[in-house]
Design a binder for this molecule. Structure first.
Ligand code: PLP
Length: 416
C-alpha cells in the first residue's frame, strides 16, 4: 500500500481483509453489492451453481441469506426468498404461479386492500382476472373454484381488520382439487400462531415490516415455499423484477425474529386481557377478538392456530359509529400511537375506513363491515393496564364531547 499514491490508498486502504478466525455471534451486515474472488473462474463456478457463494447482491447476499434461512426454518419450508417489502413478496409469489393472460386468481374478499389493487391493476393489465370470494365459506369457495378454474388462490390466515380466520387445510384441499397453487399471507398470525405450509399451502408470504421485524425500523417481505421445484420461478421473480431486500433491513428483521416468540407471547396475552376489559365498556358496541369466535369461525381457529393464543390484534366498534367520534378518540390517545402499521412492539391504533381500506367506496366498506366507528388495535408489549387506561381516558374525552354537544342542542331547542 505504501508504494501507491495517496489517492489510491484512499480507495483501497483497510479494505478486503480476510474474515476473522472466530465466527461472529451475530450475522454481520454485509454491506457489499459485489464479492471479489482470486480467480475469475471462481465466479463462473458460482454463477453456474457448481459451488455456493455470493457474486452480486441482487442474486444473493450473506445477511439476506441468513434471514431467508431463518424464515424457511420457522415456517417449515424448503427455502425462502426475501424482498424489499411485503407487496414485492406478494407480487413475486403471484408471478411464481406462472399466471398468463386469461389466468384467474381466486382471492379472499377480505384481502389487504393493496393486494387487491396489485391484482386488479398490475396483473389485470396483463389479462389476469381476479375473482373475489368468501374464503371462510368453504362450500362457496369450492363451487367458485370449480366454476372459474383458477391458477392461484390467495388468502390471509387472519384478515385485517375483522380478523376472519381461514381454514388453511380446507382451502388447500380446494386448491389441489382444481390444480391451483395456494398463497397464504401469514403476516398477522406469524408462525408463532400458524404455519400454513404444514396445512397444505404452497407459498407463505409475509410483510416482514410487521411482527417479524417488530420494531418499526425496517421494511421488507419474504416468500417461503413448500416445494423445491418452485425455486426457479421465485428466483426469477427476485432477480429479474429486482425487488431485493437490503442487508441493513435483513439484519434488523433477523434481530427482530429472535424475540418474535417473546413478543407474541406478551402481545397475545395483553390482547386477550384487553379484549375482555373492552367488552365491559359502554362506549364500545362490539369487540372482535378470535377468542370469542364460535361456530364455523371457532372451528377454523382450532384448525389453523396451533397454540393456545389468539393473536395480538383487537378490533372494536364504537357505539357512536361515526368518523368524527373515531377521530376524536384517536386524537385523544396519549400512549397508544396513531401509527399506520401493525405488529410493532408498541401499541398502534388505526381507523381502517380511512387507512387500510381508504381506497374502497363507503358502500363497499359498509358491505364488508368496515364502518366509520371501527378501530383496529395492534396490541404492544407495554403494561396492559397502561394501554387500557389510555383507551378508557380517550373514550371519556369522546363521551364528554358528545354530552356537551347534546347539552348545546338542548339549550338551542329550548331557546327556539
Ligand atoms: N400483507 C398484509 C396483511 C399487510 O397488512 C400489508 C401492509 O400493511 C402488506 C401485506 C404489505 O406489506 P408492506 O407494507 O411491507 O409492503
Amino acid at each position: 500500500m505504501a508504494d501507491l499514491s495517496i489517492a489510491t490508498q484512499f480507495v483501497h486502504a483497510g479494505e478486503r481483509r480476510n474474515a476473522p478466525a472466530g465466527v461472529p455471534a451475530s450475522t454481520p451486515i454485509y454491506a457489499s453489492s459485489s464479492f471479489i474472488y482470486e480467480q475469475v473462474e471462481d465466479i463462473d463456478r458460482i454463477v453456474d451453481g457448481e459451488t455456493s457463494g455470493f457474486v452480486y447482491s441482487r442474486y444473493g447476499n450473506p445477511t439476506v441469506a441468513a434471514f431467508e434461512e431463518a424464515m424457511a426454518a420457522i415456517e417449515n419450508g424448503k427455502f425462502a426468498f426475501a424482498y424489499g417489502s411485503g407487496m414485492a413478496a406478494i407480487h413475486a409469489a403471484l408471478l411464481a404461479c406462472e399466471l398468463t393472460s386469461g389466468s384467474v386468481v381466486l382471492a379472499s374478499k377480505d384481502l389487504y386492500g393493496s393486494t387487491f389493487e396489485l391484482l386488479y391493476t398490475v396483473f389485470g393489465a396483463f389479462g389476469v382476472k381476479t375473482v373475489a370470494e368468501d374464503f371462510t365459506d368453504i362450500a362457496a369457495l369450492r363451487a367458485k373454484a370449480f366454476e372459474v378454474k383458477p391458477a392461484a388462490l390467495i388468502c390471509e390466515t387472519l384478515s385485517n381488520p375483522l380478523l376472519k380466520i381461514c381454514d388453511i387445510e380446507e382451502c388447500s384441499a380446494v386448491a389441489r382439487e382444481v390444480g391451483a397453487k395456494l398463497i397464504v399471507d401469514n403476516t398477522f398470525a406469524t408462525p408463532y400462531l400458524c404455519r400454513p405450509l404444514d396445512l397444505g399451502a404452497d407459498f407463505v408470504v409475509h410483510s416482514a415490516t410487521k411482527y417479524l421485524g417488530g420494531h418499526a425500523d425496517a421494511t421488507g417481505g419474504v416468500v417461503i415455499a413448500k416445494e423445491e421445484f418452485d425455486k426457479p420461478a421465485l428466483l426469477g421473480a427476485l432477480t429479474l423484477a429486482g425487488g431485493v431486500l437490503s442487508p441493513w433491513e435483513a439484519h434488523s428483521i433477523l434481530r427482530g425474529i429472535k424475540t418474535l416468540g417473546l413478543r407474541m407471547e406478551k402481545q397475545c396475552s395483553n390482547a386477550e386481557r384487553l379484549a375482555a376489559q373492552l367488552q365491559k365498556l359502554p362506549q364500545i358496541q362490539d369487540v372482535i377478538y378470535p377468542k370469542f369466535f364460535e361456530g364455523e369461525q371457532g372451528k377454523a381457529l382450532d384448525a389453523a392456530f396451533h397454540g393456545s393464543d389468539f393473536g395480538a390484534i383487537v378490533t372494536i366498534r364504537l357505539r357512536e359509529d361515526t368518523r368524527e367520534t373515531s377521530y376524536r378518540f384517536l386524537n385523544a390517545l396519549n400512549l397508544c400511537t396513531r401509527a399506520a402499521s401493525v405488529g410493532d412492539l408498541f401499541t398502534g391504533i388505526v381507523h381502517p375506513a380511512t387507512a387500510t381500506h381508504r381506497e374502497l367506496s363507503p358502500a363497499k366498506r359498509a358491505a364488508i363491515g368496515i364502518t366509520e366507528g371501527l378501530i383496529r388495535i395492534s396490541v404492544g408489549i407495554e403494561d396492559v393496564n397502561d394501554i387500557l387506561a389510555d383507551i378508557e381516558q380517550a373514550l371519556r374525552v369522546v363521551e364528554d364531547f358528545s354530552r356537551g354537544l347534546t347539552q348545546i342542542e338542548e339549550v338551542r331547542a329550548a331557546a327556539a
